[in-house]
Design a protein around this ligand. Sequence first.
Ligand code: FSO
Ligand code: SF4
Length: 553
Amino acid sequence: MSMFCFQCQEAAKGTGCTIKGVCGKTSDVANLQDTLLFVLKGISWYNQKLRAQKLNPEKADKFVFDGLFSTITNGNFDKQSFSRRIKQALELRDELQARCLAANISVPKDLPGFASWNASTVEEFEAKAAEVGILGTDNEDISSLRELIVYGVKGLAAYAEHAWNLGNKSDEIFAFMQRALVATTEDLSVAELVQLTLETGKYGVDVMALLDKANTSAYGNPEATKVNIGVRNNPAILISGHDLKDMEDLLKQTEGTGVDVYTHSEMLPAHYYPAFKKYKHLAGNYGNAWWKQTQEFESFNGPILFTTNCIVPPRANATYTDRIYTTGASGLEGAIHIPDRKEGGMKDFTQIIEHAKKCAPPNEIETGTITGGFAHAQVFALADKIVDAVKSGAIRKFFVMAGCDGRMKSRDYYTQFAGQLPTDTVILTAGCAKYRYNKLPLGDIGGIPRVIDAGQCNDSYSLAVIALKLKEVFELNDINELPIAYNIAWYEQKAIIVLLALLSLGVKNIHLGPTLPAFLSPNVANVLVQNFGIGGINNVEADMEMFLESRTA
Ligand code: FSO
Ligand code: SF4
């Protein structure tokens, strides 16, 4: 075994990737990610002590969430970037240690490994993973819960970074992330770790609320929008990932250059924000969910900018490899990385714009429009209509089908499930899972679309806000009394924080597919089944019957 990773839904054989990631992650990158995580725990350990005295530097918060974000599935495949991050992490950790000493903060003589280990070569960094990776723990339930927490915290980190980029910070969230990382190294019981898992979910709600505030205060409330999926006849840049601040910088810098901008995958919801609608050269959305990029980037013809995951490393014979750019926590060997913005400034996208000017316009692969933009404010504007439709029986049930898409064949389930839902049901969605059914002709119910798309995966927050509002309108005591079923598709760690957030809001009977996480031990899975009614999926017919028969889920 040259690596071990089981953090995403594609874990090889449903147990874990041991030679190379199904995602394309090489064993050296996987090992460097494990070692980075180890040193981030050391940083968090010292920073916690400094925070207790209000002496913690802000740069440590940023370093920790950015480092965590870089280890998320499909985010960063660049070995050098991890080697550099580990070096910086060791320097920062030592600086925090010095700050503790200078402030007379007591640290034990016998320092834990993450607080004292040192090395300087990439070979040493890689070798360390064998000791500090996931398999360093032998009790499978403890290990399972620790990983569940770490993956939830990675999701928190992703959303915290987007909010930070828009000037929205939360010391409570940063403190929690670091406390949770340290706690996964301590001798906690299963019960204590279950408690910490639920607490992670509570911070999941908080971070999504923070990001919602950041996005809507910067760019306005998303509005119902029809997005063009065809193309124009200008050279263009395709922007992927989730970072709206990068989107803003790119739109500003491309304006008037003759270069159009198209969104890809999780950047589609950018079209729903009033502040972006004013850019005439924001031409449409190109392609589908992330995993189809190996085909769709070929025909796009212009450069592609990844602001976050999900990247699929291009095949050896791909023609678009030299058109890929990364920025932020994302990275790919061979791609040009656009550096961070200076405080108060913009990222410099000149190179990618000049590149685009030399490229042919995109080839058309689809025509028509897709509709979205139903975040909480837009749905509240339609609230009377929706409530009437529920009261009259025109809407029998809502199906939350949020989450992620992925390349596994069995995900056809979601297209079939959406297509076979009775016409008096409405799908509530967010995240890239929507691409499995957002181009089906599912129609509307008295003007209410049968697919209500709130936006990106983090906009699952909107779905929760909508559910809480309906609970209030219908004067119910429990969110689970609503006619809402949860049939969620997951892929990576942001879906984990969304799931934990829903659990912390008291949502029960969530069905998760296409397979349950490999990192859940049988006992931990059982805790989730017993306490929250979590279940997997079966086949479309059986599940349809089960969901429609039960009064709620
Ligand atoms: Fe999808 Fe990828 Fe948004 Fe994820 S593009 S899979 S859950 O990164 O974050 O929904
Ligand atoms: Fe395997 Fe997923 Fe880990 Fe990639 S992220 S190595 S596919 S478990």
